[in-house]
Design a protein around this ligand. Structure first.
Ligand code: SF4
Length: 337
């Protein structure tokens, strides 16, 4: 266990965790909602620190991040735990972990220097904190970031449900170069019933990340019968477009999983309908996920295909070094080098 960052003592025994918008108050020897932070003797400890439960070298497009170092590889890691309990979680076996299973022998011991070295040896250009909810293993992010040398060019990315506290976001914005934030629904009831969260903090954090000039892409998984009404999809697209039409929006297909095994797979036509709604709001970059689709990046100025993809592979990247369209010169939003 490592002493956690971002908490405050209330009265010598109870603790308030400041890491996410649950702002759990923990009695002595109790865990927070995420199940990986514990009040031990009036001090908050992280149980996920030191435990890497998933470790892969992925194309950055798999995160998904399509406008961030395209074609590069990202060293992707996760620690157990999540502050949401989504009934449709696609990684539930590592995110919805019971506290007694947090430390098991199959976990790799975490060391910031090893992590940085592994990412460099495997020719990755970034480290991705992903698969579970990185907010709950913020200590790993901070310690790895601070282990970087001044010459280190390794970038950091975070794939998150966006429910971190303002205090946490203020910190991660210092270390994270690119975020992909899930906007799972535009209904607070959906968030409360299906995720154990709330909508407004996620909306606030999406706006805040964009205004802070961190690179941001947004993902929505369309679940039949849950968040698939044209009205709700319209609200999501409008919200993103009002922040910036340059934010890439990934609309992904749902596969039955965890507690939503009775739900249908998302019909491809529904994804196309969502894409049309996004286009109607002027979103310039819309990509379909978990479905065979061309997913090229097309210049919004002259319609030239700029980045050709097949699955997660970049087949051809015709952007100029500065990230401009070679045909009409339009600047394409993203981090390209
Ligand atoms: S990270 Fe969130 S869920 Fe976990 S203890 Fe802190 S406030 Fe609670």
């Amino acid at each position: 266990m490592k002493q956690a960052y971002l908490f405050e003592a209330i009265d010598g025994e109870r603790i308030k965790c400041l890491l996410c918008n649950h702002y759990c108050i923990l009695e002595k020897n109790r865990f927070g909602i995420c199940g990986v932070r514990k009040n031990d003797g009036g001090v908050l400890y992280s149980l996920s620190f030191g435990n890497i439960i998933a470790e892969n070298i992925d194309p950055v497009e798999k995160k998904p991040l399509y406008h961030f170092l395209p074609g590069s590889r990202t060293y992707s890691i996760a620690a157990p735990g999540c502050n949401f309990h989504c009934r449709f979680c696609q990684n539930w076996h590592i995110s919805q972990i019971q506290e007694k299973r947090v430390k098991t022998p199959e976990h790799t011991h975490f060391n910031p220097t090893d992590l940085l070295q592994n990412s460099m040896i495997s020719s990755c250009k970034s480290i991705a904190f992903t698969y579970t909810e990185p907010t709950t293993f913020y200590e790993i992010i901070k310690d790895t970031a601070e282990a970087r040398s001044a010459e280190d060019t390794m970038r950091f990315v975070m794939i998150s449900n966006g429910f971190m506290s303002a205090e946490c976001l203020e910190q991660t914005n210092r270390y994270i170069d690119a975020y992909n934030i899930d906007l799972k629904s535009f209904s607070d009831q959906f968030y409360r019933q299906n995720c154990g969260g709330r909508l407004q903090p996620v909306l606030d954090n999406i706006s805040s990340i964009y205004l802070n000039n961190n690179w941001l892409e947004v993902t929505t998984m369309i679940i039949p019968g849950e968040n698939d009404s044209p009205e709700e999809i319209n609200d999501i697209a409008q919200f993103i477009a009002e922040i910036s039409k340059d934010i890439p929006w990934h609309i992904s297909r749902f596969f039955p999983n965890y507690r939503f095994t009775e739900h249908r797979i998302t019909d491809g036509h529904l994804l196309e309908l969502a894409r049309d709604i996004g286009k109607k709001h002027g979103l310039k970059y819309i990509y379909l996920g978990n479905v065979p689709s061309e997913n090229s990046t097309i210049c919004p100025g002259c319609n030239k295909i700029l980045i050709t993809r097949a699955g997660f592979d970049v087949i051809e990247n015709e952007l100029t070094e500065d990230g401009n369209c070679p045909q009409c010169g339009k600047a394409i939003a993203g981090i390209w080098t």
